[in-house]
Design a binder for this molecule. Structure first.
Ligand code: CA
Length: 227
């Protein structure tokens, strides 16, 4: 697997790159956000948040605008806000420094398995025509969403989440089923991640009432929200 390692601190990047090579990865290393955006993304991006030229969060956002490549954020800033913002911007996982090489490789494999599942699901959906739920139009083939005719830009996770809820509009989709379907059965993260993505999706769909919360149970896509 080809990996792009974005890390400015050579004392971290060098041993990490060497270690990943020992595990069989091909590693390209860059030390700035600008170089990361210019480089080939490979099949996975390991992204440090504290970069000299720009915030890793912005690098993540801009990568996500052009690519579905799996992104794991690496950071010393282990605050809840960073975690939440990163995941909301479409990072697939988050690892706080210090971490062991073994831990990182386990995460990389888990993220790799989930995203391959996402690609397979995408291929299966390729033949389907767009679905409408009220004034919501979901095109699984092009991964595009429109609300009342207006295009809405969702992160890959938000899109997968919406597609899952739209499988059976009006029915409650349990939290655990969403986590294992959208994030994968070996998701290590916080269950709060799901609430963050639901919040992002609600905001982008323009009407919070479109997705109902059944506290402690799950979520439901509403066909015609009131008001
Ligand atoms: Ca750094």
């Amino acid at each position: 697997m080809r990996v792009l390692l974005v890390e400015d601190d050579a004392s971290i990047a060098e041993p990490l790159a060497d270690g990943l090579v020992r595990y069989g990865f091909t590693v390209e290393r860059v030390g700035t956000g600008a170089a990361a955006l210019d480089a080939a993304h490979g099949e996975m991006v390991l992204l440090d948040l504290g970069l000299p030229d720009m915030d890793g969060i912005d690098v993540c956002r801009r990568l996500r605008e052009v690519s579905d490549v799996p992104i794991i954020m690496l950071t010393a800033r282990g605050t809840e806000t960073d975690r939440v913002v990163g995941l909301e911007l479409g990072a697939d996982d988050y690892l706080a420094k210090p971490f062991s090489l073994r831990e990182l490789v386990a995460r990389m494999r888990a993220v790799g398995r989930r995203t391959r599942g996402r690609e397979r699901a995408g291929a299966a959906a390729a033949e389907e025509s767009p679905q409408t739920v009220g004034d919501l139009r979901i095109d699984r083939r092009t991964r595009q969403v429109r609300v009342a005719g207006k295009a809405v830009t969702l992160t890959p996770k938000e899109f997968d989440l919406l597609v899952l809820l739209a499988e059976d509009p009006g029915a409650v989709c349990p939290r655990q089923r969403i986590l294992s379907s959208v994030w994968g059965p070996d998701f290590f993260g916080l269950s709060k991640t799901l609430d963050v993505h639901i919040a992002g999706l609600r905001r982008k769909l323009g009407d919070p009432g479109r997705i109902e919360t059944l506290r402690g149970v799950g979520f439901r896509l509403v066909e015609a929200p009131e008001g």
